[in-house]
Design a protein around this ligand. Structure first.
Ligand SMILES: [Zn+2]
Length: 205
């Protein structure tokens, strides 16, 4: 497996495969880089078979920005530290269009904020007071690469389709509800019946 391009130098220790996510957020780490599709096995598995041979070399651009918010739990008392990481990923994944059955590049452009929790238990009991923030469990050996891969997977459409198909395949027709549905496969060409063949022989006298 090739090494993903390591991101531009950051003041905070960062490794795509193993980063102390708590420290990264606490110190306000910020990185940007590119990772090839070939380094994202779950994306590779989703890539259409008819994708261009260069598809595994295509890259996703990502950014990760960590930060911390300090909040007084009680007035003048304990201060709690909440850690967050913003993740953006841009790129494309080659998929099969369900409408015209042709391979096409699905653009990926995703942006998400996560609150970084210390443990599964903390994540489970986290108050989901903000729909725009997801919760992840941090680790001192956290894989940002997998987080980037997760984000791409989540951004994939459940029913991949061109915005506008280049040409609608002739085996497809538009149904009454506006949905394009594949036509029933054509019946097998009828073979001449053996009786007809026999009849043909009889006339050759
Ligand atoms: Zn299409």
């Amino acid at each position: 497996m090739s090494q993903p391009t390591q991101p531009a130098a950051s003041a905070v220790a960062f490794d795509l495969r193993e980063t102390d996510l708590f420290a990264f957020c606490r110190k306000g780490g910020s990185v940007a880089g590119d990772v090839a599709t070939r380094d994202l096995p779950r994306i590779l598995a989703e890539t259409a078979e008819d994708a261009p041979a260069s598809a595994p070399d295509e890259t996703f651009h990502y950014t990760l920005t960590g930060f911390m918010r300090e909040e007084a739990v009680e007035a003048g008392a304990v201060v709690s530290q909440r850690l967050f990481v913003d993740v953006t990923v841009q790129g494309r994944v080659w998929l099969d269009c369900q409408r015209c059955l042709q391979v096409y590049p699905e653009p990926i452009d995703t942006s998400m904020r996560f609150e970084v929790m210390a443990s599964e238990e903390a994540a489970d009991s986290a108050p989901m007071d903000d729909d725009d923030i997801d919760v992840i469990v941090g680790s001192k050996k956290f894989s940002p690469l997998e987080l980037v891969e997760d984000e791409v997977l989540l951004a994939l459409p459940s029913a991949p389709k061109h915005m506008v198909c280049p040409a609608v395949h002739e085996s497809l027709v538009t149904g009454a509800d506006g949905e394009v549905e594949p036509e029933a496969p054509p019946e097998e060409e009828k073979r001449p019946s053996p009786f007809a063949a026999l009849a043909g022989l009889k006339t050759k006298h």
